[in-house]
Design a protein. Structure first.
Length: 264
């Protein structure tokens, strides 16, 4: 009765089912790993944003690489802005997806070291992209700034190519080592996205708080793959029973046809 399972059609169908089941289980496991990773990153962001502000020197130093647990930590620094060596970071968008620049201003600390401060976003409304844009001036003199500590930007992490031959005082990526060579100074690793002071008076648009990744989708996708994996053998059994039913019906019809008609 089950000899049809050895036909080419059923052999292929069974092999496909046997391949799909472990594949879908692995895809579900992969989605759960993604869920765990995103949940962990979200927790790091929550912990960093909720941590007590500390002086930047406690977390950063020249040549230091900002770690994932240090990222988004609120830090403070005392010193003065050096607008003579200010640069702009090209092709950056604001909360409305308008294209413009980020303003990167060296902040000279009391011991002479330099902290790179991303003061925020300005529109690219100049006569051309080669001309240095007009930038609102920061507060003068000795002040205290605070911001979220950020790691150096890389092409691998951001997808932004570090183009060469750019107009003077324009860059593509914020790289503390590159800026240390340009400024010929000791520059703290990473930079800060400024959060204060913000006078609200013709200043760059401050960069908003970081958003969190949607981990719930990965959780849902994992169970979706596992449901698919469970549905494969169920579907195989349904097809098998249908095939048996059709074959029995065909056999019964054939048997009826072979019975001779009664002679009256």
């Amino acid at each position: 009765m089950y000899r049809f399972l050895l036909t080419r059609q059923w052999v292929i169908l069974t092999l496909v089912a046997l391949v799909l089941i472990p594949t879908m289980i692995k895809l579900g496991i992969w989605q759960m790993h993604r869920y765990d990773e995103r949940t962990a990153r979200n927790q790091l962001v929550t912990d960093a944003l909720g941590a007590k502000p500390v002086p930047v020197e406690e977390l950063a130093s020249p040549g230091h690489t900002v770690t994932s647990s240090e990222r988004y930590r609120t830090v403070t620094a005392q010193g003065r802005f050096d607008t003579d060596d200010e640069v702009v970071v090209r092709r950056r968008t604001n909360s409305d997806d308008a294209v413009g620049y980020h303003v990167l201003t060296p902040f000279v600390l009391k011991d002479g070291k330099v902290l790179l401060v991303n003061r925020g976003w300005i529109p690219a409304d100049g006569p051309s992209q080669t001309a240095f844009p007009k930038i609102p001036a920061p507060p003068r003199g000795e002040i205290t700034v605070s911001g979220r500590l950020m790691p150096d930007e890389t092409t691998a992490a951001s997808g932004i190519k570090n183009l060469k031959g750019l107009p003077d005082r324009q860059i593509m990526l914020i790289d503390s080592e590159q800026q240390a060579r340009r400024l010929d100074a000791q520059v703290l690793g990473g930079y800060i996205a400024q959060t204060a002071p913000d006078s609200k008076n013709d200043t760059p648009e401050l960069i908003g708080r970081p958003g969190k990744e949607d981990a719930a989708l990965n959780f849902a996708y994992a169970y979706q793959w596992w449901l698919f994996a469970a549905a494969v053998p169920v579907g195989w059994v349904v097809l098998l029973r249908r095939e048996l039913r059709d074959r029995r019906r065909k056999d019964e019809t054939g048997a009826v046809d072979e019975v001779p008609a009664a002679v009256g």
